[in-house]
Design a protein around this ligand. Structure first.
Ligand SMILES: [Fe+2]
Ligand SMILES: [Fe+2]
Length: 301
């Protein structure tokens, strides 16, 4: 069957999705080429961490790896229902990036966590071990999976907004950014000094990987905010849907970052998460508030 040329879609170079897609291509990186993992391994083995302190690092790495894996699996329904070629192109870059994030955490476990565990003589564990997850974490990811899969059965504007609120605005914007901020505070000289009670070594490998991941997430969050804002500003979906969904999910985020009691101080993290939610709602609800340009979203210290 011949393809009719007038049905062929043309890309819209002025669309936000194309701008973000080009930025994603331009900022491409390889999770296998991130340097510094050897230094992390040496420093972790040389620092006299208690088993509890090391377990907390393993828990954080396990949760982020599992989180990236879940979002890699759960984005497909949104790409499937989206009918705009520009959006589809951006979403394919996003799925590809989530897969790279998953790959980086898997690599970190194999090349840093396992060898350090052996060197310190601690019990070897798997990143999928139940011990690393709590009920709030499980509930948050289950709800997100449901919100994404609902799109396949019923693709309505409200269901799309709810999907973006779970995935882009809560998991990526609030949970991931808060966690990555915690990581950078704990393992580098940037971020907040109040996050850790103990004194962890600087770990250039994990920090380099996370800087790349945060930069990608900046684009993902920007795209989600722009979409939700569009539905709210043109009156298709009530602003209250956004507010209620984000507020309803915030306790699960707090519950996820609050149970790491040995060396991590959760208060500044919960505060950081709450501020993010308030700021997101403001940008979406206020017609005058602007989403920062893409280069600002991906520029991470
Ligand atoms: Fe990610
Ligand atoms: Fe993401």
């Amino acid at each position: 069957m011949a393809v009719e040329h007038d049905t062929r879609l043309q890309l819209d170079p002025d669309s936000l999705a194309q701008e973000y897609f080009s930025n994603a291509v331009y900022r491409h990186w390889d999770p296998g080429a991130i340097e510094g993992l050897e230094t992390d391994r040496e420093r972790l083995a040389d620092t006299e961490l208690s088993e509890g302190e090391f377990e907390e690092i393993r828990q954080a790495i396990a949760r982020f790896g599992a989180g990236e894996e879940s979002v890699t699996e759960d984005l497909m329904p949104l790409a499937l229902v989206s009918e705009d070629i520009n959006d589809q192109m951006f979403l394919s870059s996003q799925i590809y990036e989530e897969a790279k994030h998953t790959k980086f955490f898997d690599r970190y476990w194999r090349e840093v966590i396992d060898p350090v565990t052996a060197e310190l003589g601690f019990e070897r564990t798997s990143p999928t071990d139940e011990r690393y997850y709590n009920d709030q974490y499980d509930e948050l990811f289950e709800r997100t999976e449901e919100a994404m899969h609902r799109l396949i059965k019923e693709d309505t504007p409200q269901n799309r907004v709810e999907a973006y609120c779970h995935y882009h605005l809560t998991i990526e914007s609030v949970l991931a950014q808060t966690g990555y901020y915690g990581f950078q505070s704990a393992f580098s000289d940037t971020g907040s000094d109040e996050v850790t009670k103990g004194d962890y070594p600087n770990l250039p490998g994990i920090v380099a990987g996370i800087s790349k991941i945060r930069s990608d997430e900046g684009r993902h969050v920007g795209f989600g905010m722009q979409k939700v804002r569009g539905y709210v500003q043109d009156g298709t979906v009530e602003k209250a849907v956004v507010q209620e969904t984000l507020q309803e999910l915030l306790p699960f985020v707090a519950g996820t970052v609050s149970d790491m009691g040995v060396a991590i101080n959760p208060d500044p993290l919960v505060e950081y998460a709450s501020e993010k939610v308030a700021r997101r709602i403001e940008i979406i609800a206020n017609a005058d508030a602007e989403i920062p340009p893409v280069e600002e979203l991906v520029e991470i210290e």
